[in-house]
Design a protein around this ligand. Structure first.
Ligand SMILES: Cc1cc2nc3c(=O)[nH]c(=O)nc-3n(C[C@H](O)[C@H](O)[C@H](O)COP(=O)(O)OP(=O)(O)OC[C@H]3O[C@@H](n4cnc5c(N)ncnc54)[C@H](O)[C@@H]3O)c2cc1C
Length: 390
């Protein structure tokens, strides 16, 4: 028997209940828009980019556009904590490690202002688990810390529903028909709204191609690695040790980052900020015997910078990045259908900024001037993206 088909009209529809779509829906509901948030998988799920327990939040950003958005983001995270009555942020501090002349490190130092540089001796004194190779320095960001990711996703969706929003999970969007009212057909219904936001993570390309838009979005499979402390607590397990980002490494242009032990006692998360190109539908189809260059790279990094950790990961999980060529976000209208708004290409650094991203996508969908400039995130930086629909 065919499933009953739902039909309804809303003020706004958002596709994708990851952190970006959920925050967009939350802001729309706050603006009293009757909003439908659609998710293809039953929630919670681990197929996208927003699952797992931890994400880094920091003020230290080399690019001024992101650095300027961070105070607003910290404020909005606090607001969500208050609304949801739960704590979502653990302050640990963060160090950016690298050669003093590295442009990313220098950019972070410049945007943080004042004197935030620690030399190797001071770093080792404060954080005995971290070793700096000769000649490298550390930039200290006291606001850095960990967002409790899964809890945050749940919180923003709960508040959205409390504000009267409708979240329908296990319902995949199959077709989008543009128009003054956009029609969205899913596996269970047909919905209409004068505005649509697409925040579909690694699946965004598949939804946009039939609308004639071919953005250079590359899904990457990321090995999320957890490394055991040789002696439990030697790195100051819990909130005592900082998050870190290592840049300017000889072995990789993409950087390596780490978070203190949070999800698993005695296991520290250390990952390469890059991965292997993948079809999100086939994420785990890795032929047996395939080498894991990221894990080899991380082992060698750990022997040098984190000698208190074992050099084979105890646990490896999987996550997806969706990268743009310049690793900057896409936050813009569809160039032909101005009531279809796109948030994509978060390139492995979008979680911390999700409250602001959601606000900007909400403002764009309401035809308002965005509260931060979206010029760096425009689709026009990819000439040729707009082609004839399939
Ligand atoms: C290992 C890892 C570590 C990271 N670390 C950090 C960090 O430390 N700090 C930081 O700021 N960021 C970090 N990030 C990045 C951050 O997590 C992502 O930028 C963010 O989660 C992206 O969210 P999203 O909503 O765009 O995507 P997703 O979470 O993937 O959400 C998109 C949703 O759309 C749904 N969807 C897709 N197609 C359809 C359809 N047709 N119909 C209905 N639903 C659909 C998907 O199922 C999915 O749930 C990390 C990411 C990874 C993978």
């Amino acid at each position: 028997m065919a499933a009953p088909s739902h039909q309804a009209t809303y003020d706004a529809i958002v596709i994708g209940a990851g952190i970006q779509g959920s925050f967009t829906a939350y802001h729309l509901a706050q603006r009293h828009k009757n909003t439908l948030l659609l998710e293809q998988f039953v929630l919670p799920h681990s197929r996208g980019s927003s699952h797992g327990q931890s994400r880094i939040i920091r003020s230290a950003y080399p690019q001024a556009a992101y650095a300027r958005m961070m105070p607003d983001s910290f404020h909005l995270w606090q607001q969500l904590e208050a609304e949801a009555g739960t704590s979502l942020y653990r302050r640990t501090g963060l160090v950016v490690l690298g050669p003093p002349d590295d442009p990313e490190l220098e950019g972070c130092r410049r945007n943080l202002g004042a004197n935030h540089v620690l030399d190797a001796a001071t770093l080792t004194q404060r954080f005995p688990g971290l070793r700096l190779p000769a000649g490298e320095v550390a930039v200290w960001d006291g606001t850095g810390g960990v967002l409790l990711a899964q809890r945050a996703l749940r919180a923003v969706q709960d508040v959205f529903r409390r504000r009267g929003g409708t979240l329908r999970d296990g319902e995949k969007v199959l077709r989008i028909e543009p128009g003054v009212e956009v029609t969205v057909t899913t596996t269970a219904g047909v919905y209409r709204a004068p505005r649509l936001v697409i925040a579909a993570g690694a699946w965004t390309g598949a939804l946009l191609a039939p609308l004639g838009l071919h953005l250079p979005l590359q899904p990457l499979r990321i090995d999320v690695c957890y490394w055991r402390e040789k002696e439990l607590g030697s790195l100051g397990a819990g909130s005592l040790s900082p998050c870190f980002i290592a840049v300017g490494l000889r072995q990789t242009p993409h950087g390596i980052y780490g978070l203190p032990s949070i999800e698993y006692p005695g296991l520290v998360k250390v990952c390469h900020h890059h991965g292997s190109p993948v079809d999100p539908e086939e994420r785990d189809r890795v032929p047996p015997g395939t080498p894991h260059p990221d894990i080899a790279l991380l082992s060698s990094f750990i022997s040098c910078y984190l000698p208190g950790l074992e050099t084979s990961p105890a646990v490896v999980e999987t996550c997806l990045y969706t990268n743009t060529p310049d690793e900057d976000f896409i936050l813009d209208r569809h160039p032909k259908f101005s009531n279809i708004i796109i948030g994509a290409g978060f390139s492995g650094h979008g979680f911390k900024l999700a409250p602001v991203v959601g606000k900007l996508l909400c403002e764009l969908s309401l035809g308002e001037e965005p509260s931060h400039s979206t010029a760096p995130f425009a689709i026009s930086r990819f000439p040729g993206a707009l082609r004839a629909p399939l």
